[in-house]
Structures are given as structure tokens and as C-alpha cells.
Design a protein around this ligand. Structure first.
Ligand SMILES: [Zn+2]
Ligand SMILES: [Zn+2]
Length: 270
């Protein structure tokens, strides 16, 4: 009950943030402007290559899996599909938490992978102006290698061996699909106009990340509700204090303070 009340209070704060965004206050934020400049032509080239490779591999693996599919595998495939979505949601939370809480935008890694997270906290609606490539490029880069491994196995293994482990290939395939689409689901959770009807239905049914649910994360200091694929794990992880316990452990063992860099960018004025 207390957790739900806290969440509702946070949602009120998120609505305040939304009105600030609509008034354009954060658009002029010095940190947001500097971080937005970090999106370079080189990063975009890598994103285009990732999206093309990922698209070809997804199509190939899907065709192979359909070719090998037998009706008696349906139960196993459905169970693995649900597990894959839960794992994708957890991984989205883990990566999001790590990038929000630790590290800095310095160096090539920081500029490429951490910068978008810093920009997103200062200017959450900026991502709604990103095109398909900027929205999905990073996540496609993550799924290319597992899709290549599955493709290689589906080409080289015998039909009997593929049939025996078919459920696990479906698991990896659906995991890759949901990891690939995570930032698209995230973008839709910040988009308030002109969403397709079916996307709003998927959000309403909580099959993908709903708007109100994700806005709980967008309350400074951004310390909870990190899962952004479906958000199914946010409430249980909050109940067991998963992220705060992890941060406490890391702080105790390394002396690093969570969200130091994130707060520095949030308070930037020049
Ligand atoms: Zn965040
Ligand atoms: Zn967000």
C-alpha cells in the first residue's frame, strides 16, 4: 500500500516534469544541448550497419525456426517466449540502471553508450524526435552477435539436433526481438500524440511499457523503475529493494557514489 502511494506521488511529480517539458524549460538546459551534440556521423554509420545486419538475421532465423516448427512444440515455445520477455525486461533494467548510476560520458564508450542516458533524464521528450535509426541502432548492435550464433547453428546442425533444442532457439530469438525493440517501446512511452491505435492498446494491456508506469522512473534522482521493455519486473524489484541493495554493495566495496555524473549533468548551468 505504502509502495503504491509512493508511486502515485512520484507520478504527480512526473506530471510536473511533463508540464516543464511542455513549457520548453529543459529544451534550453545547457547540459541537454551539450549532450545532444554528442550524436556524431560515426555513431550513426554504426547504427545503420547494425540495423541492416540485425534485420537480415531476424528474418533468416525466423524463417529457419518456422521451417523446423512442429505443432507438438507449441507449449514449450510459449513458455520460452514468456521467459524470454521477462529476461529481456530484466536486462533492460540492468543496463539502464548501470548506465544511469555509474560511469561518465568521457571517452569513446561514455560518448557512445552513456551520453544518451544522461540526455534522456534532462530532456525526456528529445527521444521522441529521434528517427528509426537513432532510436533502435544501439539495441540492434547488442543482438547481432547472438543472432549470428543461432543462424550458424541452424545452418550447420542436423534436423534432429535442431528439433531437440528448438525451444531454446525460440527463447534466444524472442529475447533478441524484445531487446531490439526495447528503445522503441521506451520511445512510445514518452510519445503523447499520434501513436498508432494498436501501440496504445499494447500499452494499456501492459504488454509493452505503459506511459504512466515509466513516468515513475522520471522523477529525480531517477533511482527506481529501471526496466523499460515491458516494465513487468519494476514493482517486484522495487519491493525487494533490488537496485538500492546493489548500489549499497557497490558503494561499500568501491567507494563510488551512485548517480554522481547524472546529477552533475542535471545541475549543469553553463
Ligand atoms: Zn533513466
Ligand atoms: Zn524514459
Amino acid at each position: 500500500m505504502l509502495a503504491e502511494a509512493t508511486c502515485l506521488m512520484k507520478y504527480d511529480d512526473a506530471n510536473n516534469l511533463k508540464s516543464k517539458l511542455q513549457s520548453g524549460m529543459v529544451r534550453n538546459h545547457a547540459g541537454a544541448q551539450e549532450l545532444a551534440k554528442g550524436y556524431t556521423a560515426g555513431i550513426r554509420r554504426v547504427e545503420i550497419a547494425s540495423i541492416i545486419s540485425c534485420g537480415i538475421l531476424v528474418l533468416f532465423v525466423f524463417c529457419c525456426l518456422c521451417w523446423h516448427f512442429r505443432l507438438n512444440q507449441l507449449g514449450g515455445v510459449l513458455v520460452n517466449a514468456v521467459l524470454a520477455i521477462i529476461v529481456a525486461d530484466f536486462l533492460s533494467g540492468l543496463v539502464h540502471w548501470a548506465a544511469d548510476t555509474w560511469g561518465s560520458v568521457n571517452g569513446r564508450f561514455g560518448r557512445t553508450f552513456i551520453r544518451p542516458f544522461r540526455e534522456h533524464h534532462i530532456d525526456p521528450t528529445a527521444m521522441t524526435y529521434h528517427d528509426l535509426i537513432e532510436t533502435n541502432g544501439h539495441n540492434c548492435l547488442l543482438t547481432v552477435i547472438p543472432l549470428m550464433i543461432v543462424s550458424h547453428q541452424l545452418i550447420t546442425l542436423s534436423d534432429d539436433k535442431i528439433a531437440a533444442t528448438c525451444s531454446s532457439y525460440w527463447f534466444v530469438f524472442i529475447l533478441c526481438i524484445f531487446v531490439t525493440l526495447t528503445n522503441q517501446f521506451h520511445k512510445w512511452s514518452h510519445t503523447h500524440n499520434d501513436l498508432p491505435f494498436w501501440v496504445e492498446k499494447l500499452q494499456d494491456w501492459h504488454i509493452i511499457l505503459p506511459k504512466k508506469h515509466h513516468h515513475i522512473h522520471h522523477v529525480s534522482p531517477h533511482e527506481t523503475y529501471f526496466c523499460i521493455t515491458t516494465g513487468w519486473l519494476n514493482y517486484p524489484l522495487e519491493r525487494i529493494h533490488f537496485w538500492s541493495t546493489l548500489e549499497w554493495l557497490i558503494e561499500k566495496t568501491t567507494g563510488l557514489h551512485p548517480r554522481d555524473d547524472d546529477l552533475r549533468w542535471a545541475n549543469k548551468t553553463d
